[in-house]
Design a protein around this ligand. Structure first.
Ligand SMILES: NC(=O)C1=CN([C@@H]2O[C@H](COP(=O)(O)OP(=O)(O)OC[C@H]3O[C@@H](n4cnc5c(N)ncnc54)[C@H](O)[C@@H]3O)[C@@H](O)[C@H]2O)C=CC1
Ligand SMILES: O=C(O)/C=C\C(=O)CC(=O)O
Length: 357
């Protein structure tokens, strides 16, 4: 299908994020802090994430304090404690090293303080490119959009990802794929976001099988991180909808692992939306086959990911409650609670995605 801008009017505004990409470039974090005029920063990085020592060394005297406690879905009390430390130390900025949890904690602090963030991502979550934040309290996740939380600088260093274990790599790549699909069917997407998203799908679908054979291959790792950059950029320009809201509600209620939840839900939401999206379905056919929902489901299973929501810990009751909460979310196909519940039940029962239920 030929794309014609004449038939698809759009607005384009470049994102204000500076991106530095390349193996070894974590060493440039001190110069990036100087560019932003940050003389005192807090480094947020948990103990599992590689690169803490070199990044701290590269920050040198600019490193005022380190914070090593992070958690998925950012508990509000954790954000408050980390924010108090940042205030007590009088830091001028935040440097994150880690996945979406480290980035998310910095975003929660920035939401209150406006402190600029330099993000060094080590998974494929893409949070580093978006103005989206999320925080959890009493089993409810609140998400929102605020430009103050979007990192000012992102340093991608693929060397930091060569040791990512397969159980994090696969789901995290699916988190990136979820961003691509959300961007492809977003009502205010534009030709650029669609191009970024489609290219990211191309790269993820070729890199994941390569990494299953050689997990430490720096070319494939660089490709996957580049795809995460494209996917995060696309999501950061278009915003989230039903797919992401389902995962946020499930994540907040049950503390489910975020990327794994996206991987389980994505094929089912794609099955729902495919009949309404012949243009993006055709665009993805070379990478996912004629049925993108089934293509994703098969890719997940081939990559050793769980495709069952019950295996992640959700029950029929959870599914019913979440379906009620997300009904009416932004989606190319308007959905009522019963439809979402039926979709989620298929994922509970580990059934392949299907548009008809
Ligand atoms: N606001 C946004 O735009 C987005 C936010 N998120 C949020 O991010 C969080 C999930 O982030 P994820 O990156 O999926 O997980 P994560 O940041 O919790 O990391 C998962 C695990 O991988 C470990 N890890 C990270 N990098 C590693 C590396 N290179 N080598 C070895 N281990 C490593 C971490 O220590 C952690 O144990 C959720 O809270 C989610 O809501 C996710 C995507 C977008
Ligand atoms: O679902 C996603 O991958 C995107 C956004 C979030 O996770 C929201 C958050 O920061 O918690």
């Amino acid at each position: 299908m030929t794309f014609s801008p004449r038939n698809r009017p759009f607005e384009y505004e470049p994102s204000p994020v500076r991106v530095v990409f390349g193996p070894g470039r974590r060493a440039e974090v001190g110069e990036e802090a100087d560019r932003l005029g940050l003389a005192k920063v807090m480094l947020i990085a948990d103990g599992n994430t590689p690169g803490g020592r070199p990044v701290a060394d590269a920050l040198g005297d600019r490193l005022a304090t380190r914070w090593d406690e992070v958690a998925q879905h950012v508990p509000v009390e954790l954000a408050e404690r980390a924010g108090e430390r940042a205030a007590a130390e009088g830091v001028e900025g935040l440097v994150t090293l880690g996945g979406g949890s480290a980035t998310g904690l910095a975003k929660a602090i920035a939401l209150d303080t406006g402190l600029p963030i330099i993000a060094i991502p080590t998974t494929y979550a893409g949070s580093e490119l978006t103005p989206v934040f999320g925080m959890t309290s009493t089993h409810r996740k609140r998400t929102g959009v605020d430009e103050r939380v979007r990192p000012r600088v992102v340093i991608y260093d693929p060397e930091l990802t060569v040791g990512l274990p397969p159980e994090i790599t696969g789901p995290s790549a699916f988190n990136a794929l979820a961003h691509c699909l959300a961007a492809l069917w977003a009502p205010h997407g534009d030709p650029l976001t669609s191009a970024l998203a489609a290219d990211a799908v191309r790269i993820v679908t070729s890199s994941l099988p390569e990494l299953a054979i050689t997990p430490t291959d720096l070319d494939a790792r660089s490709g996957l991180q580049y795809a995460a950059f494209l996917a995060g950029t696309a999501l950061g320009r278009t915003g989230t909808g039903l797919q992401h809201r389902i995962c946020h509600h499930l994540g907040g209620k049950l503390n489910l692992p975020h990327a794994e939840t996206h991987a389980v839900i994505l094929p089912h939401v794609v099955a729902l939306n495919s009949p309404a999206g012949p243009d993006w379905v055709a665009r993805l056919e070379p990478f996912l086959g004629p049925d993108p929902a089934l293509g994703l489901w098969n890719l997940a299973r081939r990559s050793g990911l769980s495709t069952s929501l019950s295996r992640l810990g959700a029950t029929e009751e959870d599914v019913r409650e979440v379906a009620g909460q997300v009904a009416g979310s932004a989606n190319p196909v308007p959905v009522e609670a019963a439809q979402v519940e039926a979709l989620l039940r298929r994922s509970l029962d580990d059934l392949p995605p299907s548009a008809g239920w």
